[in-house]
Ligand binder design. Sequence first.
Ligand SMILES: NC(=O)c1ccc[n+]([C@@H]2O[C@H](COP(=O)([O-])OP(=O)(O)OC[C@H]3O[C@@H](n4cnc5c(N)ncnc54)[C@H](O)[C@@H]3O)[C@@H](O)[C@H]2O)c1
Length: 337
Amino acid sequence: MEETKRTRPVQSAGFPFQRIIVTGAAGFIGANFTSLMLSWHPDLHIAGFDSLTYAGSLENLDGCLKNSRFTFIKGDIREKEAVEETFCREKPDAVVNFAAESHVDNSISNPSLFLETNVLGTGVLLDAAVRHGVRFHQVSTDEVYGDLLLECSERFTENSPLRPSSPYSASKAAADLLVLSYCRTYGIKATITRCTNNFGAYQHREKLIPKVIWNALHGLPIPVYGNGLNVREWISAEDHCRAVESVLAHGESGRIYNVGSGVEISNISLIKQLLSILGKDESLIEYVPDRPGHDLRYALDSSRIREELGFSVPEDSFHRRLEEAAAFYRRAFSHPS
Ligand SMILES: NC(=O)c1ccc[n+]([C@@H]2O[C@H](COP(=O)([O-])OP(=O)(O)OC[C@H]3O[C@@H](n4cnc5c(N)ncnc54)[C@H](O)[C@@H]3O)[C@@H](O)[C@H]2O)c1
């Protein structure tokens, strides 16, 4: 995380919260968010709440665990008592919900777990937010909009219809609707960000970029679904975390904000870029049968967050960030814990 800390000076003024709960703090983006927020806001206290599923690891929070402004709580967002106890003890001003089952392939083999965690778990957190009068932020995904045709130039806006393709994206869409209904019915202050594909340090090895790097470094075949032409918009986890911070601090309650970078790349082109960064041969690429319901193209219109909150992703930063991520995994995979 050293590189990321240097990219932005410490900020203390203008952030309205002193104590926040971050659920899913031991996962990929939650760990990046926790670490960055502690470094950006020197007076902020964070309680990380995570049940440590296969996707979460305390190693992702290595730097935070030594920080006196950070507390880790092992707990499950589906369990009302554990959530209530944490709200009573931590007395948060805000909760940011990253906790989720997040892997599309797993949602195809075990959809009910996704409904329990992503929908019912979000409901338990919302109930606690109502009881304690706490600001709520839901971290959602562009996958709730479904996909676009490869050859079109359309981008999803926040008003595009919800057309999720997988049980994962359907569960995220359902959670978003629940959040909006709690704003309307119970008057809680809540916002939603819908972000494109993230990359960066601490991502689980099941996901595309770490998997490609692992296989490339071990000389293993690199499986590519279908023809590899599916297009995704990629954003670094740090840029996503900046967007969440900005919406949490300045977003309008009841509002959804798309978060994208404008960088659209086909899976096969991304894999070839990674192989080139790693100095590995493209002969490792192996095409495998497509995932059922595999979305073709995701692309967001992020003008709302840009125009209303001044958020932007530095142009030309993508390749540098990809090199930083590759360097992180090269180090992590050569010293497996
Ligand atoms: N990774 C992406 O590209 C991406 C893009 C857009 C949005 N998102 C959203 O961001 C959030 C975080 O994604 P990620 O990639 O870091 O996921 P991840 O799978 O790496 O981390 C999820 C974390 O949630 C925890 N968790 C799971 N079930 C829990 C439960 N019942 N109670 C408490 N903790 C639980 C896990 O232990 C893990 O630490 C998710 O809500 C996801 O939908 C991710």
